[in-house]
Every structure is written in C-alpha cells, then in structure tokens.
Design a protein around this ligand. Sequence first.
Ligand code: TXA
Ligand code: MG
Length: 339
Amino acid sequence: MTTQVLSSSPADIERAGALLRAGELVAIPTETVYGLAADACNSQAVAKIFVAKGRPQDNPLIVHIAQWEQLATLVEHIPPAAQKLADVYWPGPLTMILKKTDRIPPIVSGGLPTVAVRLPAHPVARAIIQAAGCPLAAPSANLSGSPSPTTAAHVLADLQGRIAAVVDGGHCGVGLESTVVDLTREPPRLLRPGGITAEWLRELLPDLVIDPAVTANLAEGQRPASPGMKYKHYAPKARVILVRGNRGQFADYVNRHAGQGVVALCFDGEEQDLQVPAVTYGPRDNPEQQAHRLFEALRQLDEIGAETVYAACPDVQGLGLAVYNRLLRAAAFQVVTLM
Ligand code: TXA
Ligand code: MG
C-alpha cells in the first residue's frame, strides 16, 4: 500500500473522511500528537490499527469525538465530574475514562467495561471526525514502543506503506499525549499526566489521586490501572539514563562518562558545558518547550546513532510531570540522583 500524504484543505479532509468511512486507517494531527484513526464502531477497521502499530491487543484506544453531544451515545452515564472537567478543558488535551455502552466494540476497550474519550481542540482533527461521520479510535501514530509522532514526517518514518493516508497539519502544539483521568473510580485517578496538569485538575477535583505508576515502576505482578503503562514506551534505540541534578552536577556526571556512542539529552545552552555530542529539548525552566520538543529530540538521538544517552531530568511541577513521566519510560526507569 502507498500511504497518501493529504493536506488540511477541505477537499483533502473530505478524502480522509471517505477513507475512514471505508474502514481504512488515516493518521491525523491533533494538538497533542498525531493519532492513527479508524472508525471506532467498526471492529475490522480498528483491528488494522493494532496490526499497523504492532500494538498489544490488551492496550485499549482513545475514542475521539467532535461534539459534546456524541459522548452520550458512547458512555452509560455522564457523572458530574465529567461535566465539570469538560466545561473547562474540552475541547483540549484531556481524556476521560467512563463506563462504555455497547456502541464501543470490545477491541477498542481492550475488553474492559470502560472507554477513554477525548474531544480534541485541533480544528483539523475535529473537521476529520465530522467528515468521517463517526467517532474515531486513535492511538498515537507511531510503531508501538517508539516515541509518539509530532509531525507528519515522524508518522511516515514509522508507518509509511502500512496505512492509507496521513493528513499533514504541521507540528503538534503540546507535543505530549493527553492527560488521562479515570472517572469510574472513587476518588478519580490521574493515569497519565499531560497538557492539562494535575494542579489544574485538582482545582476541580480536589480528591484526585495520582496513580503510583505515573512516577514509579510497578512491582512484578502488579496490574496497572491503565494497560498502556506496563509497556516500555517512547524509547529511542539507545539505552537512556535519566540524571537528576543541577546544571553543574549534570555536566560533571556526563563528562566523567564520556566515550564512544555517548550522547547527552540536555537543556538549551547547557550543551556548551559538555564534552560529548548533545541534543537539546528546551530551556531548563520552560516545561512547555520541553513537552513540545521531547519526542522529536528522542528521534534525533537515533538519527545520530546514540548508544548511551544521559538525559537531564526536568522539574516535575506542572507540565514537567508529564515530561518526566515520558522520559522515565524512555529510560526504562533508570535514574541517577545527584542532588
Ligand atoms: O493525546 C493523546 O491522547 C493521543 C492523541 C492521538 O489523542 N492518543 C494517545 O493514545 O496517546 P495512546 O493509545 O497512545 O494512549 C492511550 C492511553 C494508553 O496508555 C491506554 O492504556 C490508556 O490510554 N487507556 C485507553 N483506554 C483506557 C481504559 N478504558 N482504561 C484505562 N486506560 C485506558
Ligand atoms: Mg501511544
């Protein structure tokens, strides 16, 4: 199959909608990362997502809608917490887990009685959902295990020839996947940090619990609340070690470990302290930039043939928690603490 590259013109959005209605896979831009979309109500179409990505079947998908009214047909009940969150953060980078109806086939929910739903803010994403005329199941449009795509070129690098089309909508704004909140539990639980921070959510849901798997590795045999959290993720081919320390401590540590294939992933301007090649991912004090650039930086590490990567650890406040969560998984939970 040749993957068509479509623009975000009205004619191309209509083409994307027609492909989706015909049960094909189309990668679409969203404000978080590119998603690999299929008609969420068509099990055969959704099955193709798992094949194209090499995704484990028990890892459920997020269903994307274009209007609040679509939610009622997909979930059994809209709890007051969902209404509250949607009033403030939809459309936007927030996914809610709710009890599903039979309209959601088991392949979408990984056999769970719940479904993850998101109303994206990206105008092209919403236009494509409208054109398709159905809710769209869409995981990130990368091969399973590799960094999520934030440009159409990243999508093609992973999935060219495996999907019908990609709609090029430029760079994704946020750069990390949506915040995932489970509202089927009491108290509500943050399963994945993202563009809507835990601090903001707590203003509306004061009893929100942060799932332990957000910042720690699960013990052998423990079952994660979100199946996706048990897999190694976002990983470049290199071995990544996350190094927690200030600018001077980081530079000392990296320079002591300089050698063949060693590369640093560091903050802007700090590469000048280092005696190894470096890829930067934003200023130390700017988590928005870090989120925006992290996945591209992880892909660059592969392009330059990095074998061992020492990554400067971000601050974990606000959006920094999401950046930290992704880096921790890229590092397979290997952290060196210097402070
Ligand atoms: O920003 C995003 O969320 C992007 C764009 C395309 O919308 N999508 C995305 O999908 O990141 P994916 O499949 O890469 O991540 C979905 C996460 C996984 O960790 C999955 O396990 C979790 O959401 N998830 C989905 N349905 C769930 C459910 N019913 N219960 C618990 N976790 C669920
Ligand atoms: Mg993903």
